[in-house]
Ligand binder design. Structure first.
Ligand code: AMP
Ligand code: GLY
Length: 423
């Protein structure tokens, strides 16, 4: 098979890496790709990154199957377009991706299906928004309705800061994505990610994973796209999985069916576990980043038959996914200044010194023209590894993180701290 992976981050690097290990696959392509991905997949030269251009390429190159990473392609309808041309593809179609691309829509579905989630109001004008805030207790969570590159959620400690944030959101801070704002009750508990492969009816769960969204050690500082992740999570028991299945997954799939939404692909459920009850914080219609990086290293099964079965609605016929025993984790090396402004083009050194049992997935890198690799984004590299225990895994990863350097490089030193304390 020839497989095309769409996207350019570490998540797509991990997906392309896993797909390239499948005996069913003879060649992997990735677009737009990055310097790391180009070492395992061919990056075609295309005029632009539009859905039409990608579909033309897939037809011309006789690509057998396409796997989509990022949400913006899903929200733009890449799956609908490919399928309308008879091209096979893995991912949520445009209607299904609304679960991620509109937080207000996701909340409405959860309400109709009685899925546990924080109580909320949706507002579109400042006066009614302020009235909601005046009746609220703090902290409170403000969420821009649309896609805001992971930056659209702000936790506010006081009426004053919430009013100023709401004013900025409704005033265009996130452009159209903030024209509607969800004001949501703050939940305190443990956050978990559960990713499920689904063909709309059957479901195959990946291991529970945990992301570290805050920039600084101790889970403090501003929210980022994620500074590290690990899997599995000890508190993600089979009892908890059953509870989520009964209270979240099945009601959601039923509700989507009632609405004639054909959900095939990966469903990412962001959860807050409060006193044993799984509350949904968000749905994503794509693989989580950085959760996918350790998950792909831990996955023993060939993922390609699962991707094609989701697209072809035959997932029920496949066994449960199999996993390597032990732990997997990833630590993100980011550019200084991220998630605000940061420099690009810093020369990266030490990549070839990394141990063979670690994989460095590239998030934002490119070649500098002299064969060197330079930084090209806020999150730059994700050093990923596995081990028998979480401690062994983190020791391996941090030893290798220490070998890589560039000007301004920053990483958290406490990834997986909750799991380490649990043992
Ligand atoms: P989201 O993009 O909705 O996942 O939000 C980003 C992050 O904000 C989540 O991963 C949580 O850490 C935090 N968050 C979102 N909603 C809530 C909530 N209702 N209560 C507490 N924290 C939240
Ligand atoms: N790791 C969080 C996300 O992918 O949304």
């Amino acid at each position: 098979m020839k497989v095309l992976v769409v996207g350019k981050g570490a998540r797509e690097h991990a997906l392309a890496w896993k797909i390239s290990r499948s005996p069913l696959v003879e060649k992997v392509y990735c677009f737009p790709g990055n310097a790391g991905i180009s070492q395992i997949a061919q990056i075609p030269e295309l005029a632009d990154d539009s859905v039409n251009t990608l579909a033309d390429f897939a037809k011309k190159e006789r690509i057998d199957f396409t796997v989509v990473g990022p949400e913006d392609y899903l929200a733009k309808g890449i799956v609908d377009h490919f399928e309308s041309l008879g091209l096979k593809i893995f991912g949520a179609n445009k209607n299904a991706a609304k679960l991620e691309s509109s937080k207000a829509f996701a909340k409405e579905i959860m309400d109709s299906a009685n899925i546990p989630t924080a109580s909320y109001s949706t507002v579109t004008d400042l006066n009614s928004g302020i009235k909601v805030l005046e009746r609220s207790s703090f902290p409170i969570v403000l969420k821009a309705d649309g896609l805001a590159a992971g930056k659209g959620v702000v936790i506010c400690d006081s009426l004053k800061s919430a009013t100023s944030e709401l004013t900025e959101m409704l005033g265009g801070k996130f452009k159209d994505a903030g024209a509607k704002v969800v004001i949501e009750q703050f939940l305190k508990g443990e956050e978990l990610s559960l990713l499920l492969l689904t063909d709309g009816t059957a479901v195959k769960p990946l291991l529970f994973s945990q992301d570290h969204k805050a920039l600084l050690d101790g889970d403090t500082g501003p929210n980022t796209g994620g500074m590290g992740a690990y899997a599995p999570v000890l508190s993600g028991t089979s009892e908890l999985y059953e509870k989520i299945n009964e209270k979240v997954t099945l009601p959601l799939l039923n509700e989507l069916k009632k609405m004639n939404i054909d959900y095939r692909g990966v469903l990412y459920i962001g959860l807050m576990i409060v006193n044993g009850i799984p509350y949904v914080l968000e749905y994503n219609a794509r693989f989580g980043d950085p959760e996918t990086e350790p998950l792909m290293m831990l996955l023993k099964s060939d993922i390609v038959p699962y991707f094609t079965a989701c697209a072809e609605r035959t997932l029920e016929k496949l066994p449960e996914l199999e996993w390597i025993e032990g732990y997997g984790a990833t630590v993100v090396i980011a550019s200084g200044g991220y998630p605000e402004s940061y420099k690009k083009g810093e020369i990266i050194s030490g990549l070839t010194d990394v141990d063979k049992d670690c994989v460095v997935f590239h998030a934002g890198t490119k070649f500098n023209g002299n064969g060197g690799i330079v930084t090209d984004g806020g999150r730059v590299l994700m050093v990923t590894g596995t081990g028998k225990t979480i401690k062994e895994t983190m020791d391996l990863i941090y030893k290798n993180v220490g070998k890589i350097s560039f000007d301004g490089a920053y990483y958290r030193k406490d990834i997986a701290h909750r799991e380490i304390k649990r043992i």
